[in-house]
Design a protein around this ligand. Structure first.
Ligand code: NAD
Length: 335
């Protein structure tokens, strides 16, 4: 690439800081040239140490000609307005998940970026985890045959320590337990493998905590093209991350050894029809960085960004149906 893509990192909380730490090691393709955080004191020391100008105002970043793209690591309900403002300022957008909380919101974001000729990246770094990337390549090549079922769980209990008025626990940002926190990654992988959802039954319960939006959520999804996915997430049991795909010619089960915040590798168990069950260890990688590098390369036109606009909308259409089913207790159709 001719020069690194200059980005403004917006929202310097847990994930903004994680992104800053991984981008420090990837200056060839992408470089943080500015940070935005309304709570200045929480980021001042870190930004000073890294030599990154910090401002409380998003508008300052949008007015900065060195900023070619914004990376939004902000509360869910503000993503839409921040994308709109970025596009109006002709900045590419990398948005942390979820892109939106309604299908209409996702369609709006996708349309704005597409019409302006801007790249829209998403914080679905699970696609860049080496064993997941290999699984996707194998399924694309037909090596697992027809995909029948997906079983996936992504849980952790770190939000038990949050103040109960934290935005992460509020209905307007995160209405169904951990579905917007971790489950959305599994919805995205399910849509990537099985296409648009058709219907969903979701159960969201308070089982062992006082987390206001529930601590344990499970969604059972039927896909339009056939196949089902069971996606579950707890905010009240110790870390667990598992993604398993079953097809007519074989199956693959991937377990993360640690949360993506500090990757520690994966354990992959698999079998092909007629063959033995094997288990292998995959060494650590940094998928959060690799996703952002891929985004930067798409901004420069070096390669296409692999998460399509259609998948982005299908992810959120499914998420919206999950919310509806969690509320109604009934099977809901995906719009
Ligand atoms: N991809 C992943 O694996 C992953 C992991 C964790 C979080 N996330 C996502 O990252 C985003 C942030 O989550 P978090 O856990 O870091 O939350 P957080 O609360 O720790 O950080 C959010 C930060 O945004 C700031 N903020 C609030 N309103 C803002 C605004 N209007 N403009 C700029 N900054 C604003 C807050 O002051 C806070 O510092 C969410 O979308 C979340 O889902 C992604």
């Amino acid at each position: 690439m001719s020069r690194p893509v200059g980005v403004a990192l917006v929202g310097m909380g847990w994930w903004g800081k994680k992104i800053l730490s991984v981008l420090g090691a990837a200056p060839i393709d992408i470089r943080v040239v500015r940070a935005v955080e309304p709570n200045l004191e929480t980021a001042r020391a870190l930004c000073a140490e890294k030599g990154i100008p910090l401002t409380a105002e998003y508008a300052d970043a949008l007015a900065d000609p060195e900023v070619e793209a914004v990376v939004l690591a902000t509360p869910h309900a503000v993503h839409g307005a921040q994308i709109e403002a970025a596009v109006a300022a002709r900045k590419h957008v990398f948005c942390e998940k979820p892109l939106a909380l309604t299908k209409a919101g996702a369609e709006g974001a996708v349309r704005l970026c597409r019409d302006a000729g801007l790249v829209l990246g998403m914080g679905h770094e699970r696609r860049w985890e080496p064993p997941i990337a290999e699984l996707l390549a194998k399924t694309d090549a037909g090596e697992l045959g027809r995909i029948h079922q997906i079983e996936a769980n992504f849980s952790h209990d770190r939000f038990l320590a949050l103040d109960r008025d934290n935005w992460r626990l509020k209905a307007e940002h995160a209405p169904a337990g951990g579905m917007t926190t971790t489950g959305i990654h599994l919805l995205d992988l399910s849509v990537r493998l099985l296409g648009p959802g058709e219907s969903v039954w979701c159960v969201c319960e308070h089982l062992s905590s006082d987390l206001p939006q529930g601590d344990t959520v499970a969604a059972y999804i039927k896909f339009r093209g056939g196949g089902t996915s069971y996606v579950s997430a707890s905010l009240a049991n110790p870390f667990m991350s598992r993604f398993a795909v079953y097809g007519s010619k074989g199956w693959i089960d991937i377990r993360d050894k640690a949360h993506v915040e500090a990757p520690d590798g994966w354990i992959v168990t698999s079998a092909k029809a007629g063959g033995p069950i094997t288990s292998t260890e995959i060494p650590p990688a940094e998928p959060v960085k690799d996703n952002l590098v891929s985004f930067a390369r798409a901004v420069r036109g070096v390669e296409g960004y692999p998460i399509t606009a259609e998948q982005l909308v299908n992810d959120i259409a499914l998420l919206e149906a999950v919310f509806a089913s969690a509320r109604s207790g009934k099977i809901e159709t995906v719009a």
